[in-house]
Ligand binder design. Structure first.
Ligand code: NAP
Length: 568
């Protein structure tokens, strides 16, 4: 924090006081600073790292690269920024994303509102003041009326503890905590556990460097070629000539916030697989395969609900794997067969399957087997693999982990972990009942991660800005979701997801990748349009299903109960 910002903070008993505390300086947090500070709120952002970028700051493993087109995975709030920024590649690599987020932080003078190296340990709601008391792990204390959790949905790494792990004499790494200086695996025998998006990006690069790479796979994933390359100047000019219209389409005509397929804008597919001929659907699949990346999420909608329709696409993808991998046994091991395609997050790769044709790469199937480490390497059902380094590409405690790892306490000192003991519960993915004045960005119960998170993060930040203005203008100091509103939202998300094939996969969308985590739909799959309408109607409708009050008027708070929401 600069001297100017320190001066602005009202300091009492070494507690620094603000209107708003934002936790996290990733994509959503940076925009929240821009928006909330921009409307005159005294704002501080507490960031655990020593730089901006959030997930992209930490995930520096070899090959880390976004799999959404750069012209889409970027801010929309400034047309000047959209016009002036030049993306060198279709899909930005981690260093390029860092260059972008650092540029945004400087261009909009956001750094003076960020306190780096500030990991939040506790956040307790102070009921007599209607404020949040926040403390960092090193004991710095802050207070604010509003707490904005821009903590990221893939930011709490999952680090399973394997038996014997501490006895391993070689080096261990986690993809989400990669050393900033990089790692040279030349001449080493390397093992990697996990075959999700992080692993499929890292494996081809590490295989080129290591003496030998052993991949330990529990569940194969469907992966599509990314087809990264330089961003064509013609395409860039086409996008920039009409950016506001493309952004409108991303928001309003796309289920995912992504519209570009083979450099043409395409809204949501409405035709069903069952209405197509085999030739027609094959052409659609090939079109998406040719584009690369995760545009496959824009596909016949019954792919998400009808096992037969889903099976056509799954077999198309399995055949692509079989074409690429020389050894038929290895190819079959790499083919997912026991869950529907797209229900675990699709991966996008550069030469992932081809890497298994190398002499220095071995695939080991660990499904249902005992996996442990010993001083020499990894053991699978007692069979040893001697290694110099082991990489854990074991993913994240997605959507909830970054929240539950903070000691968050709301009304009556109730902890978030208690409140969520049977599963994450939110109202519209925006608030948690009993945790007043706490706002979630890209939280559980929102359409993220199916919808493009940079876009949704901006929208949610804007809604909270409007809500805070409304509160101030109307003399309210506290807003809380009613428990029934949360019940209804959880029920809605559950009903919608149960009508799809998503529950058939053990995915992080369902919380099923973390042992002991309650399995439930953590994402609103009900369509961004519906979600946006629910959320944007709240303010003009007087916040049905929320309680707004003014602590200053104590003795029988002036409460406004507008009744439970009719979210279902
Ligand atoms: P992930 O997709 O959850 O993959 C984790 C892998 O580790 C899985 O293969 C999992 O196997 C395995 N695993 C976990 N615990 C294990 C255990 N105890 N024993 C053996 N194997 C274990 O995690 P990720 O690859 O880090 O990706 C997470 C998400 O981040 C992605 O889905 C994507 O949304 C995002 N991401 C995006 C990009 C990009 O934009 N290009 C890149 C990286 C990540 P099971 O499947 O059997 O559980």
């Amino acid at each position: 924090m600069t001297a100017t910002e320190a001066e602005r903070a009202h300091v009492s008993d070494s507690v620094r006081e603000y209107d708003v505390i934002i936790i996290g300086a990733g994509a959503a947090g940076l925009h929240a600073i821009y928006r909330l500070r921009g409307q005159g709120l005294n704002t501080i952002c507490l960031e655990a790292g020593d730089g901006v970028g959030g997930t992209w700051y930490w995930n520096r493993y070899p090959g880390a690269r976004v799999d959404i087109e750069s012209v889409e995975y970027s801010y929309t709030f400034s047309e000047e920024l959209q016009q002036e920024w030049e993306w060198p590649e279709r899909y930005s690599a981690q260093p390029e994303l860092m260059r972008y987020f650092n540029h945004v932080a400087d261009r909009f003078d956001l750094r003076r509102s960020i306190e780096f190296n500030s990991r939040v340990a506790t956040a307790h709601f102070n009921e007599s003041e209607d404020r949040w008391d926040v403390e960092t792990t090193d004991g710095r204390r802050f207070s604010a009326q509003y707490l904005v959790m821009a903590t990221g949905f893939l930011s709490a790494p999952n680090q399973p503890k394997f038996p014997g792990q501490d006895s391993f004499r070689g080096k261990t790494y986690h993809t989400a905590y990669w050393p900033a200086e990089g790692v040279d695996f030349s001449g080493q025998r390397v093992g990697i556990i996990g075959t999700g998006s992080s692993a499929v990006q890292a494996i081809p690069i590490i295989a080129q460097q290591a003496k030998h790479l052993t991949v330990f796979q529990r569940t194969p994933n469907f992966s599509v070629p990314l087809r990264n390359g330089p961003l064509s100047k013609e395409f860039e000019a086409k996008v920039k000539a009409n950016y506001p219209e493309w952004r409108r389409m991303e928001r309003e005509e796309s289920f995912t916030g992504m519209i570009w397929i083979n450099e043409r804008p395409e809204g949501m597919v409405t035709k069903l697989t069952t209405e197509t001929t085999p030739e027609e659907r094959e052409a659609m699949y090939e079109d998406r395969w040719k584009n690369g990346g995760i545009c496959f999420y824009n596909i016949y909608p019954d792919t998400f609900t009808d096992p037969v329709a889903n099976g056509y696409l799954a077999e198309f993808m399995r055949n692509k794997i079989r074409e690429k991998v020389n050894d038929p046994e290895v190819a079959e091991l790499l083919c997912p067969k026991d869950y529907p395609v797209l229900t675990k997050r699709l991966c996008a790769d550069t030469n992932y399957y081809e890497t298994y044709n190398r002499d220095n790469v071995t695939l080991v199937d660990i499904r249902g087997k005992e996996v442990g480490l010993n001083e020499k390497g990894v053991a699978v059902d007692g069979e040893g693999y001697e290694l110099d380094a082991v990489i854990f590409a074991t993913g994240f405690d997605a959507l909830t982990g970054a929240l539950t790892r903070i000691d968050l306490r709301g009304i009556d000192g109730r902890s978030l972990n208690d409140h969520w003991s049977e599963g994450a519960r939110t109202a519209y993915g925006l608030m948690i009942a009993g945790f007043p004045n706490l706002f979630l960005i890209n939280g559980p119960g929102s359409p993220t991660p199916l919808f493009q998170p940079v876009l949704l993060g901006e929208e949610q930040g804007n809604w909270f800005g409007d809500w805070i203005s409304y509160m101030a203008e109307n003399g309210y100091t506290r807003i809380d979701a009613a428990p029934e509103t949360e019940d209804q939202w959880v029920q809605r998300c559950t009903d919608v997801i149960n009508a799809t094939l998503f529950p058939k996969a053990r995915s992080w969308y369902m919380g099923a990748n973390i042992p002991g985590k309650p399995s439930m739909g953590l994402v609103d799959f009900g369509g961004i349009w519906n979600y946006r309408k629910y959320c944007t109607d709240l303010l003009p409708d007087g916040f049905p299903g929320f309680t707004l009050s003014n602590g200053a008027q104590q003795a029988g708070r002036a409460e406004m109960h507008a009744g439970a929401a009719t979210a279902a």
